[in-house]
Design a protein around this ligand. Structure first.
Ligand code: NAP
Length: 264
């Protein structure tokens, strides 16, 4: 589905990013596995991707640092020749009630979750525009998939920094999509619901926590990283070439206001 394409996945040594990087490799893409701290975990992902017969390497960079992002894309162009797919996935939480939320917590989450996606998108777009459409590779000059969250539209008490960052991702994605569609660049988002990864371990690691979580999920199961990976692979492929500026919610129905199933 993605043969010959070159993909960068940020935050790809864990959780959703890891599954997505492996999924893109299985679909035929060469993959850069971005990570910030755990090189050994990133190298394991690289090995797993290589089992699909494609190329991969790990690249350490903090997506919130402009020079590191610029360097990461420049290295990718040197190593792989170009970039066709950016999956802007790296993200984190720093939770606190508003009265206890420090400016550091606020800034950290906005810096990584929103500014990090912006910086990666900006640098990828420069290369998409330089290269243009290569019809044998893809109908688009480039694809950006922002990993957002159901919290781009569901308010989340105690997480004002995170929800604000994802609301920002939604508008950044739509604005870039509008600006870049005439250049044949597709910008879209995938918005996960509750996916079993380290970021939300406390929400699923005990039986009672998981039971509470499931009350918010009409489909009745917590998602797996592979649920998101599949959505990203299809979103990046020419099967969805006419999909521009959309958010695909992959959430087991979490955004369907499940409280209204019996109430209201
Ligand atoms: P995760 O397992 O904690 O993965 C997050 C990844 O981002 C890690 O690889 C992390 O590296 C990396 N990262 C953090 N700060 C970074 C930085 N400054 N530069 C580069 N990489 C950085 O969590 P996840 O659930 O897979 O999250 C992936 C994305 O999905 C996030 O954007 C998250 O908001 C979104 N999401 C997740 C869920 C869910 O239920 N899991 C739901 C909605 C949205 P380290 O581990 O080294 O810090």
């Amino acid at each position: 589905m993605l043969q010959g394409q070159k993909a960068l996945v940020t935050g790809a040594n864990s959780g959703i990013g890891k599954a997505t990087a492996i999924g893109l490799g299985r679909a035929g893409a060469d993959v850069v596995v971005n990570y910030i701290a755990d090189r050994a975990a990133a190298e394991k992902v690289v090995k797993e991707i290589e089992r699909s017969g494609v190329r991969a390497y790990a690249h350490e960079a903090d997506v919130s640092q402009e020079d590191q992002v610029t360097g990461m894309i420049a290295t990718m162009v040197e190593e792989f020749g170009t970039i066709d797919i950016l999956v802007a996935n790296a993200g984190l939480q720093r939770d606190a009630p508003v009265t206890e939320m420090s400016l550091d917590y606020w800034r950290k989450v906005l810096d990584v979750n929103l500014t990090g996606q912006f910086l990666c998108a900006r640098e990828a777009v420069k290369e998409f525009l330089r290269r243009g459409v290569v019809p044998e590779v893809s109908r688009a000059a480039g694809k950006i998939i922002c990993v957002s969250s159901v919290h781009q539209i569901i308010p989340w008490a105690g997480h004002v920094n995170y929800a604000s960052s994802k609301g920002g991702v939604q508008m950044m994605m739509a604005t870039l999509a509008q600006e870049l569609a005439p250049k044949r660049i597709r910008v879209n988002a995938v918005a996960p619901g509750a996916i079993r990864t380290p970021i939300n371990r406390s929400a699923w690691e005990t039986q009672s926590a998981e039971a509470d979580l499931k009350k918010l999920i009409p489909y009745g199961r917590v998602g797996d990283p592979e649920d998101i990976a599949s959505a990203v692979v299809v979103m990046a492929s020419d099967l969805l070439d006419y999909v521009v500026g959309t958010t695909l919610y992959v959430d087991g129905g979490m955004t369907l206001f499940p409280g209204f199933e019996t109430g209201g």
